[in-house]
Design a protein around this ligand. Structure first.
Ligand code: CDP
Length: 208
């Protein structure tokens, strides 16, 4: 029997990574940051001087590199964690993430990762509740005002956050959208503990 999955989606800066990590810690489950995987592919493409609009080259790259996200993000064993949030990656990641072949490879690896975990997995991204794990134990959609989201991302301008949101919502391959049966939480002005507590309560209600 497969282990439980909490799937979390939402736009940039909605609190997904922080909440998902804290939730995984509280439950003793594994955590998967799928955005880090798209960022790692982007980082590697830029390091190799590839044109991120070259769909076939990016598809080949994604299929052939090994990405680890824990304890730090690495590509073929090389630590890239400190490069993941550069302006260059912020500017190019939405293009890479809109590539259907890149997505297909990443989705396969995300499912494999969850299947190997002993207890349960908290997975966060843009298409986790809709495409990757549509039958997750619990689905959550996090939101927050653009102003607050940009404030939380102090390494990225409000303009860049808004541009990435627009690209993620409007692309044809697995666009960001709210699953019909997701628990929708607006995290504006709320603490991490408060949001994590609400999700755990909801998980308990799902169990009973
Ligand atoms: O942390 P933040 O929310 O700013 O972004 P992220 O989760 O690191 O994701 C970076 C980018 O990867 C997003 O803007 C999406 O374009 C893409 N992404 C995606 O398409 N699908 C996912 N499951 C996760 C991220």
């Amino acid at each position: 029997m497969s282990t439980p999955i909490i799937a979390i989606d939402g736009p940039a800066g909605s609190g997904k990574s922080t909440v998902a990590r804290a939730l995984a810690h509280a439950l003793g489950w594994s955590f998967l940051d799928t955005g880090a995987m798209y960022r790692a592919v982007t980082c590697e493409a830029l390091a190799r001087g590839l044109d991120v609009h070259d769909h076939e080259a990016l598809a080949q790259l994604a299929a052939h590199i090994r990405i680890n996200t824990l304890p730090r993000v690495s590509v073929d064993g090389r630590d890239v964690e400190d490069d993941l949030r550069s302006d260059a990656v912020n500017a190019a990641v939405s293009v890479v993430a809109a590539n259907p072949k890149v997505r297909e490879t990443m989705v396969g690896r995300q499912r494999e990762f969850a299947a190997l975990q002993e207890h349960g997995t908290v997975v966060e991204g843009r298409d986790i509740t809709t495409v990757v794990f549509p039958n997750a134990t619990l689905k959550v959609f996090l939101t927050a005002s653009l102003e607050e989201r940009a404030r939380r991302r102090d390494d990225e301008s409000e303009h860049s956050v808004a541009r990435r949101d627009e690209a993620d919502y409007s692309r044809s391959a697995s666009p960001l959208r709210q699953a019909d049966d997701a628990l929708v939480l607006d995290t504006t002005g709320r603490t991490i503990d408060d949001v994590v507590g609400e999700i755990i309560q909801c998980l308990k209600n799902t169990d009973s």
